[in-house]
Design a protein around this ligand. Structure first.
Ligand code: DX5
Ligand code: ZN
Length: 216
């Protein structure tokens, strides 16, 4: 997988015009579709589930990245993969048997990512880093779009990079929450490979141009 990727989050799309927004992303320089699934239990908000995922499957022509903010994600990963997920990321905090869940995702033919909340230290990944395809560092507390970026994330990127190198891991580093035109290039420089952007893209008067600018 190449780096410096932008993954617009559909959480900030206009659900009344979801197909239109997906087509816009198909025609843009966006690399991935980021799909935020929230259950009202792991996070204090409910977003959407399989019916919206079906619409994404029908129209999206790029890599589909599913971020599960749900308890017991192992119960649902298979169905998301059947509905076209190329990557499924699960929270460290939501998985009692993380190694088993990562293996399950990969055995069903998808890439597997592990997500850390802002307060979870990177060192918790020591015994899973060699097995994952991606580490997603939350740069806001998950649950809502449009929140303020937490600056401590830069430190966590450099710790994650060190952990990846010392374990000969090929994992990509993804950042999610509060990414915008002011911090995107700094995040790539710090070692991020994939940036999720919701509000920055969809609240902009020219989303396609904003995606281009996020990559500069
Ligand atoms: C937050 C979600 C994010 C969110 C990012 O819980 O995981 O993917 O959509 O939105 P922005 O870019 O607006 O912070
Ligand atoms: Zn997300």
């Amino acid at each position: 997988m190449k780096t410096k990727l932008i993954a617009p989050s559909l959480l900030s799309a206009d659900f009344g015009n979801l197909q239109r927004d997906i087509e816009m992303l198909n025609n843009s320089q966006a690399d991935w579709f980021h799909v935020d699934v929230m259950d009202g239990r792991f996070v204090p908000n409910i977003s959407f589930g399989f019916p919206v995922m079906k619409t994404v499957q029908q129209h999206a022509k790029k890599f589909v990245d599913v971020h599960l903010m749900i308890v017991e994600p192992e119960k649902y990963v298979e169905e998301f993969i059947e509905l076209g997920a190329d990557l499924v990321s699960v929270h460290y905090e939501a998985c009692v048997h993380l190694h088993r869940t990562i293996n399950l995702i990969q055995s069903k033919g998808a890439k597997a990512g592990v997500v850390l909340n802002p307060s979870t230290p990177v060192l918790m990944l020591e015994d899973i880093i060699a097995d994952v395809d991606l580490v997603l560092l939350m740069s806001v507390n998950p649950g809502f779009g449009g929140q303020k970026f937490i600056e401590n994330t830069y430190k966590k990127i450099s710790e994650t990079k060190d952990l990846i190198l010392s374990n000969n891991s090929t994992a990509l580093i993804q950042i999610d929450g509060g990414v915008n035109l002011d911090n995107a290039s700094k995040l790539f420089e710090a070692g991020a490979d994939v940036l999720v952007a919701g509000n920055a893209v969809f609240s902009s008067p020219d989303p396609e141009r904003t995606i281009e600018l996020l990559k500069l």
